[in-house]
Design a binder for this molecule. Structure first.
Ligand code: KG4
Ligand code: ZN
Length: 335
């Protein structure tokens, strides 16, 4: 079964063809990151305009890379939310137009569910029950999954998402956008020598990342982090601040994820979302978990359409076919 996946929820226009939910025949992504970097964050109107420009070329590229024609496809999976309404509309309308023209079944996918299903692109036989940590620019959720399409959210962030915290910290340190990769890169030249606060929120599975960000801001505003390249002022460098911030955030994420996985006696831990491409997170979860950990390669952690096609495969298997009245759901919840 060959499924065309389409993803336009945020600032990547993506299309992919995946066979039987696991074989990636193509995976094309047009990133808008350089355009939004000028503004230090995503501008929704600019994003939807860029999606309109990119959607047809990216669809053609995905079909060409997969060496398939429209007649070879068995279905279309498209992200309907959560995300920016104007961005989602571009992908959903493209998907509906193809479905109508070619008489293909269509299924609307939750973007977060798509992130989770990136893991099925690397292993078809994942054991349930499992705990999945979704850490992206908009979400930080700990999800118990008892079977395909069966989710219980066990914990979530009470303020900033993990990726959002990385983006804000990078802005504070003047490291550019997107912040996650910038912080990880800068941290390689520093040591985690600054003690930043960790919000353990005892007794629960929720996260909070705004405190550590504010602590970093206070240090920078108070002149406690060096702004010059040379270190002869004796202050911690920006690289040290980046390493300290990264460690504070990842420490909490790893500890809580492993604890919740043990508590629910799951068979597997999955990582998903853009922040799961962070090397320190990947290393520390693997080191600290007695439970097997699965994490997709970085390009499948950040936004892509192969994960949407993979999720679509399991939705089609379960008979979840939508009509052409399919619409965007900008605040779509997972469970
Ligand atoms: O999943 P994603 O591509 O888009 C959303 O659905 O939000 O995640 C994007 C987020 C951004 O906040 C970005 O800074 C963060 O993931 N991110 C990272 C890394 N790569 C991307 N955070 C930490 N370390 C990274 N290497
Ligand atoms: Zn995402």
């Amino acid at each position: 079964m060959k499924i065309l996946g389409i993803e336009t929820s945020c600032d990547e226009t993506a299309a992919a063809v995946v066979e039987d939910g696991i074989r990636i025949l193509s995976n094309q992504i047009a990133s808008q990151v350089e355009i939004h970097a000028r503004y230090g964050g995503i501008v929704p109107e600019v994003a939807s305009r860029q999606h309109i420009l990119a959607i047809i070329p990216i669809l053609k590229q995905a079909m060409a890379q997969a060496k398939v024609t429209w007649g070879d496809l068995d279905g279309i999976a498209v992200t309907i939310g959560p995300g920016l309404a104007g961005s989602l509309l571009v992908g959903v309308n493209a998907a509906k137009a193809i479905a109508l023209a070619r008489g293909l079944p269509i299924t609307g996918v939750n973007h977060l569910e798509g992130h989770i299903y990136a893991n099925w692109l690397i292993d078809r036989d994942i054991a349930f029950p499992l705990v999945c940590l979704i850490v992206s620019g908009g979400h930080s959720d700990l999800v118990l999954m008892r079977g395909h399409g069966d989710y219980v959210v066990l914990g979530r962030t009470r303020d900033d998402a993990a990726g959002e915290a990385f983006d804000k910290a990078a802005k504070i340190l003047g490291l550019g956008y997107p912040g996650g990769p910038a912080i990880e890169q800068a941290a390689k030249n520093g040591t985690a020598s600054i003690q930043l606060p960790r919000a353990w929120l005892e007794g629960g599975n929720d996260f909070s990342f705004s405190g550590v960000k504010t602590a970093l801001l206070r240090l920078v505003e108070g002149g406690k982090v060096s702004t010059v390249a040379s270190q002869d002022d004796g202050l911690p460098t920006k690289a040290d601040a980046a390493a300290s911030f990264q460690e504070a955030v990842i420490d909490v994420i790893v500890t809580k994820t492993v604890a919740v996985a043990k508590e629910y006696r799951v068979k597997q831990i999955l990582l998903a979302g853009g922040v799961a491409s962070n090397g320190l997170l990947r290393r520390l979860v693997a080191q600290n978990s007695p439970i097997p950990v699965l994490v997709p390669e970085p390009v499948l952690c950040t936004d892509n359409a192969a994960m949407i096609a993979a999720c679509g495969y399991y939705r089609f298997q379960a008979g979840k076919i939508d009509g052409l009245d399919l619409d965007v759901v900008p605040n779509f919840k997972l469970a």
